[in-house]
Design a protein around this ligand. Structure first.
Ligand code: ARG
Length: 457
């Protein structure tokens, strides 16, 4: 396949495969986004008089055709093609002749790839955002269903103080809401249009970058063209860093789940349909899903290290090393969306075993409460601590445990309410953001009614 830069030499086949083979598979995911970027770019060229109305509409027809072909699996990148950007331009030139040759006016594959990656990432982040809210909702409803069901609270993996299932589940809700702050920051960084920055130094043409940014639903233009290139890998790393916070929370949940569903603990059970069996031990019902959930944060940590490493030590501007940032980014986005979906299923599939929880509430868990009861009667804390340390192992302590248990069971736990309110607010913010994006893309696609208004993420 003729390269866009083809002159009087031919690229060695081994070198060509080395430079492009793995990357072509990743670029397949960018087809749709490179088409969107090209639609906006063509519109921009028309607006400054570099494409006629007829030329614009021919380009639009061909670009929309690529989307249809892609959906049917008929626009696949093959070895010999350099990347999606070359394939797209070659396709337009083959189908439209001279008009196709105009699409690259004022752009470079450097800003093209950045634009496509930003759009892909944005859609993936919107999916993750939605999955995160659904997962937070699952934790909220589990907490709400079992607010005062007592369970042992642990420190150092030893029994510490009485806790509740509501407190336990609410902690994951709180964690996910915090992670959303990181996620939204990464989303904001990614939500800048690099289109028009060309190779990293702009072009001597009056490109309307505001227009193309707005057509693509970006919040703003990324103003410094050189920084557009310098931020490649850096913004990707910020995205993965945000995803890591999510997976950190899911990792803790997975570990708790594995522990609390053991025969020894037995506090919780997981729906059978979420468990796997053993090929040799007939009795086994394993929560493999939690183990595979637990492992993913480590994979993302590796991806984060790759991204920071790949984008460091490079001089300013585009460097081909950056091509390798696609894999760790794409993998991290997919894994996080999958983990959130799976966690939501696990939380919804939890059953509580009240007898096992009750049985685990041994007297020592109440020693601190007893000491603080004495404090209320004016005993200095250190003295109360000493007395409680002796009392909890005595038989008479049982009466205190009973009354304390009753009191804890009856007291309304207040921690959940602000978290649930926050979750509701976050849902509204998300819905507005997604709608804003979808509206822009629908408009971009449907100009002159050429594409049905059914764009879905
Ligand atoms: N596949 C390349 C990448 O991901 C596209 C940009 C190529 N630019 C260039 N100047 N060779 O970085």
């Amino acid at each position: 396949m003729q390269k866009l830069w083809q002159k009087n030499w031919t690229l060695n086949h081994t070198i060509e495969a080395f430079e492009t083979h793995g990357d072509l598979l990743l670029d397949q995911r960018l087809v749709k986004y490179d088409v969107l970027g090209s639609l906006a770019h063509a519109q921009g060229l028309h607006q400054i008089g570099l494409l006629s109305g007829t030329e614009l509409s021919q380009l639009r027809t061909s670009l929309l055709n690529v989307l249809t072909l892609e959906k049917k699996g008929q626009f696949t990148l093959q070895l010999g093609e350099e990347d999606i950007h070359s394939k797209l331009e070659n396709y337009l030139t083959e189908s439209l002749g001279e008009v196709g040759k105009k699409i690259h006016t004022g752009r470079s594959r450097n800003d093209q790839v950045l634009t496509a990656i930003r759009l892909y990432t944005k859609e993936q982040l919107l999916t993750i955002w939605e999955e995160l809210l659904a997962c937070a909702e699952a934790f909220a409803s589990f907490a709400d269903q079992h607010p005062n069901v007592l369970m042992p609270g642990y420190t150092h993996m030893q029994k510490a103080m009485p806790s509740t299932l509501g407190l336990w589940s609410g902690a994951f809700l709180a964690g996910l809401l915090d992670d959303l702050t990181f996620l939204k920051t990464a989303y904001t960084l990614n939500n800048q249009s690099p289109l028009g920055s060309a190779a990293g130094y702009g072009v001597p043409l009056p490109l309307n970058k505001e227009l193309t940014a707005q057509l693509l639903g970006f919040a703003k233009v990324q103003p410094n063209p050189l920084y557009c290139q310098n931020s490649r890998g850096k913004i990707e790393a910020a995205v993965v860093a945000a995803l890591i916070t999510v997976l950190q929370d899911l990792n803790k949940f997975a570990t708790d789940l594995l522990l609390f569903t053991t025969t020894e603990f037995g506090f919780l059970s997981v729906a059978a349909e979420l468990c796997s069996g053993s090929s040799i031990m007939p009795q086994k019902k394993n929560v493999d899903v939690a183990e595979l959930l637990r492992s993913k944060v480590h994979l993302l940590l590796g991806n984060y290290t790759q991204l920071v490493g790949l984008s460091s030590n490079l001089m300013s501007g585009y460097n081909r090393d950056l091509q390798d940032s696609k894999k760790p980014l794409f993998e991290s986005l997919t894994l996080t969306a999958d983990c959130l979906e799976v966690t939501t299923l696990c939380v919804a599939g939890l059953t509580v075993n009240p007898e096992r929880l009750q049985g685990a509430l041994s007297a020592e868990l109440f020693a601190t409460h007893y000491a603080l009861e004495l404090v209320k009667q004016n005993v200095p804390f250190r003295e109360a601590y000493r007395q409680a340390g002796q009392a909890y192992s005595q038989l008479e302590f049982a009466a205190f445990v009973e009354s304390c248990t009753q009191q804890l069971t009856d007291t309304k736990q207040g921690e959940l309410i602000p978290l649930i309110n926050q979750l509701q607010q976050e849902k509204t913010i998300f819905t507005q953001e997604r709608k804003k994006y979808q509206t822009s893309i629908n408009q971009l696609l449907s100009r002159k009614g050429m594409y049905a208004q059914t764009y879905r993420l």
